[in-house]
Write a new protein. Structure first.
Length: 238
């Protein structure tokens, strides 16, 4: 299921949601301007690598793609817990993440307020990366993408707007349709899929999707939404 829009109208313009989307797009446009060696170096420096966080003495992962000299010079691992959430691995990766953020983020920003939303977004992104690191502490491949932070937004939406309707693009084999799905159903299906894939891939080498970052981000979003004063129940669009 791909969300297209929801049924909840924001009370004010979602400034921070738009700024987060703009920041992600600008960083990606910078990425596509780089040569391949420069892009690899950029990703190795600013992406989050669990092995560096848990390694002794700032262990350096091997050079990726066989490119010499690309394995070092990284930013402090603690900083990359945040910077990695603004880097993406392709147009589809960026587009899907920003679509989810656009559909669900405005109402969480509206409910929490702008300052709390910034704190919420950054902390869920950090927690998501830590969840991935705990599941794969020896991983030496950088993790990039905003999906962990966006998973936190989904967790908050699950509590704050369970009766909203999500207009979704649904693929049933070769048949494609657009229909409205209750938010609680959409998000339960999404989370169960992440959990299933996370359990199936636990401990496996060569993972391309950080499933446990999604799981950790969602769970953190639920908790932080309550801690930051989020309330259940939603307005109905008229």
């Amino acid at each position: 299921m791909i969300p297209l829009r929801d049924s909840i109208r924001s009370r004010r313009f979602p400034l921070l949601t738009v700024l987060f989307i703009a920041a992600n797009v600008l960083v990606f446009l910078y990425e596509v301007s780089l040569s391949r060696p420069e892009l690899v170096a950029f990703t190795m420096k600013w992406g989050f690598t669990p092995a560096l966080l848990f390694g002794s003495g700032g262990a350096t992962p091997p050079a990726p793609f066989g490119l010499p000299g690309m394995g070092g010079g990284g930013a402090p691992p603690a900083l990359t817990l945040v910077t990695s959430t603004f880097i993406h691995g392709g147009w589809t990766h960026l587009g899907m993440n920003m679509l989810f953020l656009w559909v669900f983020g405005d109402n969480i920003e509206d409910r929490l307020g702008r300052l709390k939303f910034v704190v919420f977004y950054v902390l869920t992104g950090v927690a998501a990366n830590l969840a991935h690191a705990l599941a794969s502490p020896g991983a030496d491949v950088p993790v990039v993408g905003a999906s962990g932070a966006i998973a936190g937004v989904l967790g908050a939406y699950f509590l704050g707007f369970p009766r909203a309707r999500i207009t979704s693009l649904i693929f049933l084999g070769f048949f494609v349709t657009v229909t409205q799905v209750p938010a609680v159903v959409f998000l339960i299906i999404w989370f169960v899929l992440q959990l299933f894939m996370g359990l199936m891939s636990y401990g496996a080498a060569g993972q391309t999707i950080a499933w446990w970052a999604h799981i950790g981000g969602f769970a953190t979003g639920v908790v932080l939404f309550l801690l930051l004063g989020g309330q259940r129940g939603e307005r109905v669009r008229t």
